[in-house]
Design a protein around this ligand. Structure first.
Ligand code: F6R
Length: 242
């Protein structure tokens, strides 16, 4: 594991964007795994800026998102589809046919998970996966559990996650209770992983992910077993690491 500690959220985001840009420059047809949430927002902004001002080229890039809520259609402003188009895809030259996000409206969610997993394989696997981390140590929507869930699957969200994500909805009752998420094996098969964490509220989970035992009760701890993980933290998230 490489651990980079940056002064603040902006510096953390810029470092992550530089690493993504490096991946795109070295392999213009890279397959990127993407996360949503608050943490990568500024990194996406920075990537959009690099596209506009520095010609960063997304025309051969393929993306797979980590997760999507069940039951929100793509136009719902809280869906991860909406988030991705709003924050990145609408502003760069990525091809629509190269964008993949689980379909949380699929009639058969089980088939959708199988389809998604196969798509990732068919596209040659993920070169670089971006991750955030939940306060409970989740990655993607792999919540603390008794076992590591391997591949793309339907998840029942933890109360803590529902509460944390309710900040984006007008009331907590509107937050979907289920999501589709890549599994731990899907994530671990990525060739490279970057995990971003910002703010004091993530410090405990970050500490356990890096130094704690590798247990499904703290899903991010599994990253200790991956050969190429970079964890980029701001000072607050790194308060128990330094
Ligand atoms: C998002 C995702 C989640 C978030 C995590 C942190 O696609 O898979 O694991 O990365 O919940 O969310 P924020 O960044 O909002 O604190």
């Amino acid at each position: 594991m490489r651990i980079l500690i940056e002064e603040n959220y902006e510096a953390m985001s810029k470092k992550a964007a530089l690493m993504v840009a490096g991946q795109i420059l070295l392999k213009p047809n890279s397959v990127l795994g993407l996360a949503t949430g608050s943490t990568p927002l500024y990194m996406y902004r920075e990537l959009v800026r690099m596209h506009r001002e520095e010609d960063l080229d997304f025309s051969s890039i393929t993306t797979f998102n980590l997760d999507e809520y069940v039951g929100l259609n793509q136009d719902n402003i809280n869906s991860y589809h909406y988030y991705m188009f709003d924050n990145l895809f609408n502003h760069v030259n990525i091809k629509k046919e190269n964008i993949f996000i689980p379909d949380g409206m699929a009639e058969n969610l089980y088939e959708e998970c199988k389809r998604y997993e196969k798509l990732i394989k068919d596209r040659g696997g993920i070169d670089l996966q971006i991750l955030g981390i939940g306060k409970n140590g989740h990655i993607g929507f792999n919540e603390p559990d008794l076992k590591f869930e391997a591949t793309t699957h339907v998840v029942e969200l933890d109360d803590e996650t529902i509460k944390a994500n309710s900040r984006f909805f007008s009331s907590i009752d509107e937050v979907p209770r289920r999501a589709i998420s890549m599994g731990i094996k899907t994530i671990m098969h990525s060739r490279k992983i970057i995990l971003l964490a910002s703010g004091e509220e993530k410090a405990e989970a970050v500490k356990k992910a890096i130094f704690g035992p590798i247990i499904p009760g703290l899903p991010a701890s599994v990253l200790q077993l991956h050969p190429d993980v970079t964890i980029i933290l701001d000072r607050e998230a790194a308060m128990y690491v330094e």
